[in-house]
Write a protein that binds this ligand. Sequence first.
Ligand SMILES: Nc1ncnc2c1ncn2[C@@H]1O[C@H](COP(=O)(O)OP(=O)(O)OP(=O)(O)O)[C@@H](O)[C@H]1O
Ligand SMILES: [Mg+2]
Length: 493
Amino acid sequence: MEKIKADLTLSIRARYPLLYLLTWEEDRAERIVEEISQGVGKELIFWTRTRGFQPAPKDETNPLKPEDALKSIGKSGKKAIYILRDFHPFLEDHDVVRHLRDLVSQLKRSYKTVILVSPVLKIPPELEKDVTVFDLPLPDTRELGQVLKNLLEPYRNSDKVNVDLSAELNEKVVQATTGLTRNEAENVYAKALINNRNFSEEDLPLIIEEKKQLIRKSGILDFIGLSTQMGVVGGLEKLKHWLRQRARAFSNKARQYGLPEPKGVLMVGVQGCGKSLAAKAIATEWNLPLLRMDVGKIFDSFIGHSEDNMRKALAQAEAMSPTCLWLDEIEKGFSGTQGSGQGDSGVTARVFGTFLTWMQEKTKPVFVIATANNIEALPPELLRKGRFDEIFFVDLPQHGERMEIFRIHIALKKRKPEQYDLNALADAAEQFSGAEIQEAVVSAMYMAFAENREFTTEDIIKAVKETVPLAVTAQERIADLREWARQRARPSS
Ligand SMILES: Nc1ncnc2c1ncn2[C@@H]1O[C@H](COP(=O)(O)OP(=O)(O)OP(=O)(O)O)[C@@H](O)[C@H]1O
Ligand SMILES: [Mg+2]
């Protein structure tokens, strides 16, 4: 927040004529510009299509047409910042664009700045060189803390509401609302306050639930709490070791030590062998919130402009950092990026480009976890060095790993694994994936349940024998995958 203010102030002082402020929070953006205008001693003037300039000009009619408004700005001798509200639709009009270009050259020699505030980035190519774009980040914890304080302050003299939260509670409440806009956070605080007439630890689940809903509703991210423990992931020892080594990598201590923040990991591998499971467990292991990006939904026209969806999701992830951002089955969303003739006029490629650039340049601790099982569809740029810290190949489980996966799934069914012959089970389930092992356990349970008895090792072996694992039918594909991985990825076990 302080940074964006400083950047904007500098541009205004340096007489950049035309600024484009990208944000979903018009009010907040205007409030920031207002503070800046006071700091640099300039008048702040708004313009809308319906009401013209505000404050209205004294000695002339108030222009409602965009061209007239631009002409009027050009003529004015004021020292002023003009915010043009909802101006982006007019940028499709060639006359308006021409007027804006004329105005730009005039403004360079004046003390006037024009700012367009818009939720979408849409700049006609003729203007690209003249516009400076700023992305207004979502509020940080400091700003959210201020929002909370402002909300509580009016209750200072009431004895019902505790206005001075403990530092610890304050931090938790504020942290629970990162990723939301200022208004959203304010509403969430107000709701919690009405609910309990006070803030306490008990409000946190409610606040987090509220945030989940808001984030899901607003786009392509799903906020998944901490649920899956690494203990339910069998095998994958090398991957787990790598992760354990980086468990404290987001701490201040690691920064002081001189370590860079981990960027991300890509897990490629055979279906049903625990990639998605491991992704969820990483966040729990590191105690970071997990955000899942629905790559398919990015291109859903009902949700909005694809590039804006992507930008918004990345902004939310950054606001919630340190966090894990999980892109499951990444190849499904980004497969159209290489070939032409996809009929989406390069949208997929642009959205993918936005993502890659962000990965390369991100400064906030957002750990990217990507999973894929079809390497042919993976855009090669994604695999280039430096994007991910490591690419792991997740293969079918070995004998020992199968024993462990059987043990985990039997235990998850609240049975004692010692009462089963894990060695025999692992022998029988040669070439089985973790998902198939889990299914075999469930089938055995059905068999035994129908006969009103406990399920046994023999039941599971029977279920295993009745299954043809995918690895048998998809032998060639798996062989290709292994060959590919041998050169490019690290084995995960
Ligand atoms: N290594 C494992 N340890 C324990 N359970 C496993 C393991 N691998 C798979 N499973 C079981 O199979 C289910 C499906 O696995 P998961 O969704 O993680 O596979 P995946 O690798 O993501 O597959 P896909 O490529 O199809 O997305 C898991 O929810 C879990 O119950
Ligand atoms: Mg998966």
